[in-house]
Design a protein around this ligand. Structure first.
Ligand code: G3P
Ligand code: MG
Length: 249
């Protein structure tokens, strides 16, 4: 029997249904039955890991300016929900600690993306690892980043941690590159994963694939049919149906 095991990973939570990177979007992902959540982490001015995508506050909060210039106290005063829909007024920027704590019973995979390719955030790796270790979540976390040096740093600090190589530009023989960095998984922009040969090459190097952002149903079906490890999507509800449909075939 053909066993489908593709994991449904909600990108910034169920971000098609609730404001991205908020407790509302993560709760929605859990209700839908996603297997994991992907979210983005930066540091506040007082070095607390906070969950937000952009380096600046304007697009998704009521604040202004860079995230790195605000203390946690200042960030927590902001509204991170109204921009999406007034129903979400009062949603806050979560801290990493509360996200890990809130879903401890849910057996969720946490794909923590370090957003440190534009802003350096010295100490981000150590601060994130400390929280993962505090919750004993090494087995439930994959740390990914566009900043590939940062992935190496994470594994230097904690060799038990799994890291995922994110990329959105062509890399020659990415399987060799990922292995050289000690990565567990590879997280390409879905566009770079269109041929069965490429997928087979990753499989033969034992590198689980986590393409993003897979929102098109035909793309979802293709990746599910290839039995890849995980799909990162804004539409976990739709992906859930496609995965369930494949199991029935
Ligand atoms: O982790 C994959 C994906 O989230 C990378 O892009 O900009 O959505 O964080 P972005
Ligand atoms: Mg991300």
């Amino acid at each position: 029997m053909f066993i489908i095991r593709t994991l449904n990973v909600a990108h910034r939570g169920a971000s098609s249904l609730a404001p991205e990177n908020t407790i509302a979007s993560f709760d929605r992902a859990v209700e839908i039955g996603a297997d994991g959540i992907e979210f983005d982490v930066q540091l506040s001015k007082d070095s607390v890991p906070v969950v937000i995508h952009d380096e600046t506050l304007e697009r998704t909060t009521s604040g202004r300016g860079p995230v790195k210039d605000c203390t946690l106290f200042e960030l927590k005063k902001l509204d991170a929900g109204s921009w999406f829909d007034s129903r979400f007024e009062g949603e806050k920027i979560p801290v990493l600690d509360e996200v890990l704590d809130r879903y401890k019973a849910d057996n969720l995979l946490f794909n923590i993306e370090l957003k440190n390719s534009e802003t350096a955030y010295p100490g981000l790796e150590e601060a994130v690892l400390k929280l993962i270790e505090k919750h004993k979540f090494e087995g439930r976390v994959i740390i990914s980043s566009f900043n590939h040096d940062s992935l190496v740093t994470c594994r230097k600090h904690n060799p038990a941690i799994r890291t995922g190589l994110i990329y959105d530009q062509e890399i020659k023989e990415p399987w060799h590159y990922a292995r050289s960095l000690g990565c567990y998984s590879v997280h390409p922009l879905f566009f770079f994963l269109q041929s069965e040969e490429t997928i087979s090459e990753f499989k033969s190097h034992n590198l689980p694939l986590f393409p993003w952002i897979v929102n098109d149903p035909y793309q979802m079906e293709f990746f599910v049919s290839q039995d890849i490890e995980a799909i990162i999507t804004d539409y976990p509800r739709e992906l859930k149906k496609i995965i369930a449909g494949s199991r029935e075939k």
